[in-house]
Design a binder for this molecule. Structure first.
Ligand code: COA
Length: 291
């Protein structure tokens, strides 16, 4: 850009651009881009600083790049942020917090982290699932029904992961031990709706907030995926879980029951609305049912 080619009539050689030549060049480019306001080279500097701030670059770094003594100059002269920028920054900060959600149970050593799980975590997901339902569902399934086996649960999780809308979350202690799971997917029955499933907390952790944190993270995942409402199925006789959901805004859908005759149990459906959120919509659906 520092050199300009002379017309052939003047020899065709390259020569240095003049200041007014650069201004003309920028004006022409702005016109070609359909920008109606006056555009001049120094404006690019303003625009760059505003752009960098919007993308989260620290003012100290920007100050170094543009060669200013203090950041006060950046504040006063160069930023052209609008109220929507502050809103966008706030939403991004909240999303980052949700992404790496940590909950504390009073002491810093007892910390739980919730992260997205993938197929490589299947054994850990199965382990939590198995150990939880052995305790939680005893007395719910008929006495003669066979206990769930880890290999059967493993197949269920593997099948669940084949659904492209399926996302699993894992709650772990800081030391890495898994203590809870939850999963979401698009509701195969209702377009635009999400489904929460596989909420399991190891019995030793019941009543310490892990279930709530997983539940809330699941709703956040569904909201972020664009679902306006969510549903779930729960065993009719699972009193603890039903009370848990009802205290968190879920409403029983009267008349919607799913009998699982082979297992000798009945499931009931709950639904709830999710706060509006801009985001991509979940697509497709799969199916899985089980302990
Ligand atoms: C249902 C289930 C997920 C709840 O998990 P949880 O970890 O016990 O849930 P929480 O600890 O967040 O909440 C349970 C209660 O303990 C309370 N609690 C939360 N943090 C607490 C703390 N630090 N100390 C004491 N109590 C606490 C909560 O307020 C809540 O009470 P509330 O429902 O009256 O508000 C769990 O019991 C479970 O895994 N059950 C078996 C599997 C199951 O049935 N899953 C549902 C399949 S559909």
């Amino acid at each position: 850009m520092a050199l300009k080619r002379r017309p052939e009539s003047l020899g065709g050689a390259y020569e240095l651009l003049t200041e007014s030549g650069v201004q003309q060049l920028v004006r022409n480019l702005a016109r070609m881009a359909g920008i109606e306001r006056r555009v001049y080279p120094h404006l690019l500097r303003h625009s760059y600083i505003t752009w960098a701030i919007r993308r989260g670059m620290h003012p100290m770094q920007i100050r170094q790049i543009v060669g200013h003594e203090s950041t006060a100059m950046i504040d006063r002269v160069y930023t052209h942020l609008v109220p929507q920028d502050a809103y966008a920054a706030m939403v991004k900060a909240l999303a980052d917090v949700e992404e790496d959600w940590r909950i504390s149970f009073g002491s810093t050593s007892d910390r739980i982290r919730i992260r997205e799980a993938n197929q490589a975590d299947t054994r850990r997901l199965v382990d939590v699932h198995h150990r939880t339902v052995l305790v939680a569902y005893a007395g719910i399934f008929p006495p003669n029904s066979p206990e769930p086996r880890p290999d059967a649960l493993q197949r269920q999780w593997e099948l669940a992961f084949t659904d492209p809308t399926f996302r699993a979350l894992l709650a772990e202690e800081d030391q890495g031990g898994a203590v809870g799971t939850v999963a979401v997917r698009s509701d195969p029955d209702i377009s635009g709706s999400g489904e929460v499933c596989r909420l399991h907390v190891l019995p030793g952790w019941w009543g310490s907030g892990v279930g709530t944190a997983l539940h809330d993270a699941a709703l956040t995942a569904l909201r972020t995926a664009g679902s306006a409402q969510a549903g779930l199925w729960v065993l009719r006789d699972n009193r603890r879980a039903r009370a848990f959901y009802e205290r968190r805004g879920w409403q029983l859908v009267e008349g919607e029951v799913l009998a699982l005759p082979d297992a000798g149990v009945i499931e009931v459906r709950y639904r709830r609305r999710l706060p509006a959120c801009v985001g991509p919509r979940l697509a497709g659906a799969g199916s899985q049912v089980g302990w």
